[in-house]
Design a protein around this ligand. Structure first.
Ligand code: ZN
Ligand code: ZN
Length: 354
């Protein structure tokens, strides 16, 4: 599949002076706001729930939620869903029974109209899990315990279940995580829950097409996930890490960030950028930071990104340089200032002399 994912970063405040050693793209993701009634047919929001996971997927008037963070952060999820005018969730996906994923889900089920809970075949006595099942029973939510290779749709998007296999037994609950791949037109996203190396290895041995434009890194960017081999197979253009600022686990681990950087993957982090939103028309993917104040996409495209870098040559150009026209969309990296480009290791083009 030809990927034409292009990334536009809507940056408002570039705090270069606070630039530290790491150069993840999310460092320069400033604040911008997307409209709650955006016309994008596919909107995927990686909601900032601190240390945890919660991803809202909206496709052509249908919505689903993958995980809902800790119980203590339930209001963040509920408020965000409300801000997106969500009334009904066709699916709530509980990737695995850990509280940083499903703690807030019973509150979501009591607040919104949820059709179906999608969950892996696991036995759990955790309080969060029991609260979740109680909520589903009380609210008449149906259950779907999918098998590997099952597919289901959300609007025009198709989701494929990659893991866990029925009857598979894992000592580590993280590995029971439902792993889903979403495909919409030419673009694809992989959601891995907290699945770790063991599952990544199994996926590498499977016959699934693992390639995805965007990877939600497993286990909050822990070194237990996102191995080099797995990354090579998924070959994402961008990766999202959902973790809390200054979390106790040191997530994301430096091994993960290094693996991603070595593969030229653009990294977005909820601990740095808060909620991260990816929108797509099925051909291109645009990333936004959902916090902050108003900048429209077109304004940003025309006024903010003066410089464009090539992610394979690490040369940056003025946006009107002839070589930008020949640059593959997926190789483009947008900069507002020259300083940003230089700090990220790019050198100026000899022709347009930015
Ligand atoms: Zn977990
Ligand atoms: Zn987790």
């Amino acid at each position: 599949m030809k990927t034409k994912a292009s990334i536009l970063l809507l940056s408002f405040f570039i705090l270069i002076t606070f630039w530290l050693s790491g150069c993840e793209l999310s460092d320069i993701l400033g604040s911008s706001q997307i409209s709650n009634n955006s016309d994008a047919p596919l909107t995927i929001s990686f909601i900032d729930v601190g240390q945890g996971d919660s991803t809202l997927i909206e496709c052509e008037n249908e919505a689903m939620l993958i995980d809902a963070g800790l119980y203590g952060n339930r209001e963040k999820v509920i408020n965000y869903l409300s801000s997106r005018n969500i009334k009904n969730l066709r699916y709530c996906v509980a990737t695995h029974p850990h509280s940083d994923h499903i703690g807030g889900m019973d509150a979501v089920i009591y607040t919104f109209d949820v059709d179906t809970l999608v969950y892996p075949e696991v036995k759990s006595e955790s309080a969060s899990w029991n609260y979740l099942l109680d909520a589903c029973d009380e609210r008449g939510v149906s259950y779907y315990n999918p098998e590997v290779s099952d597919t289901f749709t959300l609007g025009g998007a198709e989701l494929t279940v990659l893991s866990p296999a029925k009857g598979a037994e894992y000592e580590n609950t993280n590995n029971t995580s439902l792993v889903l791949k979403l495909t919409y037109g030419d673009v694809s996203f992989m959601f891995t829950g907290d699945a770790e190396k063991e599952v990544e290895r199994e996926l590498l041995e499977s016959s699934f097409d693992l390639r995805a434009d965007v990877l939600k890194c497993g286990h909050h960017g822990s070194s237990t996930s996102t191995t080099k081999e797995f990354l090579e197979a998924v070959n994402p253009f961008s990766a999202v890490i959902s973790c809390g600022k200054g979390n106790d686990y040191g997530h994301p681990h430096s091994e993960t960030v290094t693996n991603l950087k070595n593969q030229n993957v653009q990294i977005y982090r909820t601990d740095k950028s808060s909620t991260i939103v990816a929108q797509s028309d099925g051909k291109e993917i645009t990333f936004f930071s959902a916090s902050g104040s108003e900048i429209t996409q077109s304004k940003t495209e025309t006024t903010l990104f003066e410089y464009i870098g090539n992610t394979s040559s690490y040369v940056f150009h003025r946006s009107d340089c002839a070589s930008v026209k020949d640059m593959k969309e997926k190789n483009k990296m947008y900069f507002i200032t020259k300083t940003e480009a230089v700090l990220m290791g790019y050198t100026p083009c000899g022709a347009c002399k930015p």
